[in-house]
Design a protein around this ligand. Sequence first.
Ligand code: ADP
Ligand code: ASP
Ligand code: MG
Length: 408
Amino acid sequence: MKILVQKYGGTSVANQSRMQEVARRIVRCQEQGHAMVVVVSAMNHTTEDLIAAARRINPNPSPRAMDMLLATGEQMSVSLLAMAIEGLGHNVVSLTGGMSGIYTDQRHKKARIARVDSQRIMAELGKGNIVLVAGFQGVTPEGEITTLGRGGSDTTAVALAAAVVAERCEICTDVDGVYTADPNLIATARRLPEITYDEMLELSRLGAGVLSTRSVELAKEYGIPLVVRSAFSDDGGTQVVEVSVVEQVLVRGVTLDSDISRISVAGVPDRPGIAFGLFSKLASEGISVDMIIQNLNRAQVNDISFTVAKEDAPAAVQACWAFLESIGGHGLVLQKDNAAKISIVGTGITGSTEVASTLFGTLFESGINIEMISTSEIKISCIIDASEGEEALRRLHRAFSLDELELR
Ligand code: ADP
Ligand code: ASP
Ligand code: MG
């Protein structure tokens, strides 16, 4: 059986006519000889609306209660899409994450898939059904509903593709591939016909929301052929591959993440164990920390700065104050919310001194101050003021000639 896993995002099933179009497309793929497993996201802004509705009832709902609510968004779209396919006279079954055998750990709102039991899906395919699965959700072994974090339907799709040994996994969305920058911010951005797992992983981590980071990690780990393509057109597409043989460019893309806060813990004693104590405290609260900088300051005193996702900032600040208290109350916690991270990504870029000097030179010429820098083998990131984020993105896209990239 040749199994194709497709995933349709929120805008692709935003209303009745789009849903019907997607239904026809799925049926066409089945008629071309594929056994179809289709993962669906919640319609358009449903997840945001559910979050807002929850906040109106209780500003701080429990993660379990949130998951009960958020999972309904995908349940609604998967049911409606099944009805659209029934209307076309095809056999179809809609399943929740739990019904399709997606088991996760207990971490509500950011659960990790621990195991996929594909028996039910395989049985339904065996009966000739198109199988529709609600994205972004699973169950714990105790049967509690969990969700996988924002963008989690991509993760569902790749995990299912691995479990059913699919031919490939297609992420069908509102853009026709992965671009050199977010095409909704940079009009001259170019579609990349091919990108490596590692480059895609970096782009996702650094804010290119077109694929969830976990989905790319899973695709790389299980060697799943992954394609990003338009939900409505057969043209274009980006293949995510192990090794790219397309054009030899150094910088593959530019990303902007405006959803971050910078936190500084100022005036902590300069002695062994301080960084360990601080970051252990943050880790014990489940807060992921990104860039870290420590400045040697005045005599015997250091400042440590780091970045976190904006939504984690209040908890991080609280954890920092608690840490300062535990070491005798020295120091201060400062928070800057209007920070943004601008990054360039490409295999081997840190091996080229020219790339770094073009990056820093472009920001300098644009009068943009760099607050923090971090590098890895395939990326360079700078923290800048959020008000200058889009300007920096545009200037860097041009400086690295990404709008002129020759693509086949
Ligand atoms: P879906 O609802 O289908 O999951 P998302 O909104 O999660 O769609 O992801 C698609 C969006 O990702 C695009 O509309 C685009 O604005 C954004 N995006 C950010 N960076 C990139 C990039 N480098 N290439 C393509 N799209 C990008
Ligand atoms: N509906 C969820 C979200 O908005 C999951 C997804 O769309 O992938 O994050
Ligand atoms: Mg998405």
